[in-house]
Every structure is written in structure tokens, then in C-alpha cells.
Design a protein around this ligand. Sequence first.
Ligand SMILES: Nc1ncnc2c1ncn2[C@@H]1O[C@H](COP(=O)(O)OP(=O)(O)OP(=O)(O)O)[C@@H](O)[C@H]1O
Length: 258
Amino acid sequence: MIASNLLDVHDLNLAFGGLRATVDVSFGVRRGEITALIGPNGAGKTTLFNLITSLIRPDSGRVIYDGQRIDGLAPVRIAQMGLIRTFQTARVFPGMTVLDNLMVGRHRRLQQGLLAQLAWSPAVRAEERELRKCATELLDLVGLGHLRNQEAQDLPMGAQKLLDVLRALMAKPRLLLLDEPAAGLNDSETTELAELLLAIRDTGVTVLIVEHNMPLVMGIADAVVALEAGAVVACGTAQEIQTHPQVLRAYLGEEVPA
Ligand SMILES: Nc1ncnc2c1ncn2[C@@H]1O[C@H](COP(=O)(O)OP(=O)(O)OP(=O)(O)O)[C@@H](O)[C@H]1O
């Protein structure tokens, strides 16, 4: 039987000197769903992403992806397994077009070996064409198709953030980790992002998203995990989390009547 969780984090702990950034963190990410990780600044969300993708090692605990323990594996190996992430700050490659910026995300997908690529064989050319088509379709999907030959660094920040998500998609993720994809987006860009994320989920990709934009989270997340001071304080549906006393106190700063 296939486990319903694609990712499970068990009792993760990490301290930076005296600061406990991750405290006994356990939660699961169900296959085919969008799970949101929320919490105030400094709650430990990015640290968790870094632990899940093995950029840093936990002091203790385990990360299980698709039934396999991955903490301690090389980050590149984890990416090859289909666990792909974006970072808080959008990264575009300067001096490259929008389309080429997407093509950079393709490496995990290349089927042909290095020799065939060096020889620019027909199979490699066919693969390149297919990837270019895919990149063009993705750009059209978010309304950036007409900008594909522009330099990516000239795009407004909102478009650069969308490009970041598209580049991650080019790597054909099974689990997509997005770190604050809506930061810096205006309302219409946020709506486009929400539609894109729902479309991504509907293709079967599982999504774990760190996000401060609560209307976005509440609008798209199937499940929400709330962190405070490195620890999980609540897990549930968006609706449950919205009214959870500890979340209201920790995240929204609201006093809960005794
Ligand atoms: N490399 C590091 N060295 C020391 N302390 C760190 C390091 N990285 C993070 N921290 C600390 O760990 C805690 C968690 O930080 P983290 O960036 O994971 O929080 P976050 O929830 O992602 O915050 P934000 O919403 O502001 O991005 C913070 O107190 C932060 O200062």
C-alpha cells in the first residue's frame, strides 16, 4: 500500500548555539495536496525547508520522503528524487532571457547522457525542443509568454517570482517546496499565483508552501501547519487553523480570552 503522506518529518531538532530553531517538529504532507507552513517571523519555517532539503543537518530527528529516509543525503540527490524548492528571494539568471531562465531548470529532466549532449545528437535536439515547448506553455499559462525573449532581470519583481516557481516546475517535481512565493507580489499577481498553485496541485504535484499571505494560504491550502518559536502549535484544515486559539495568539497577536 502506498502511504498517503509523501513527506513525513519526525521529531526534528536543530539549535543554532543556544537558540532552538526547530523543536521536536513532526508533521506530514499528504500526497496531491497543498500544505502550508505558517508562523511569525523567526518561527523556523525556512530552517525547516533547509532541513528537509538537507542544506543543513538536524541535531536529531528524521525526514522521510516517499518512504525513504533522506536526512543526510546530498541536496542534489534529493532534488533528483523530485523534491524541488524555491528560495525566499527570487533568483533569476542575469544576462539570460526569460525562456532561457526556465530552460536552466530542466537539468533533472534530461534523459540523454553527457556524450550525446556534447555531440548535440538528434535525440538531444528533440529533447531540447520538447523542453522549450513546455517552457513556452508554462509562460503562456501565467501570461508571461509575450516576454519570453526579454532579459529576465528586467522583469518586475512579481514576474520574477512567478518565473522562479515555473523554473522549479521545469524540474518535474513530485514535491514542490515554495518559500514565500507571494512576497512582493501585488494583488493581481497573487491571484495568478494562487491559480498557478491550484493548477500545479491538480496535475498531481504535492506542494509545501511557506507563506505569510493569509488570504492566499486560506484560499488554496488543503492543510496548514502552524509554527511558533520552532515548534508546531497546530495542524489542521485552513478553517480549523484560522480559529485555533494558539494560532490567533502566536500568529495574529490576538489575546485569547481565558
Ligand atoms: N544560520 C543561522 N544561524 C543562527 N541563527 C539562525 C540561522 N538561521 C536561522 N537562525 C535563527 O533561527 C530562527 C528561525 O529562523 P527562520 O529563518 O527559520 O525563521 P522563519 O520562520 O523562516 O522566519 P521569516 O518568516 O522571517 O523568514 C530565527 O531566530 C533565526 O534568527
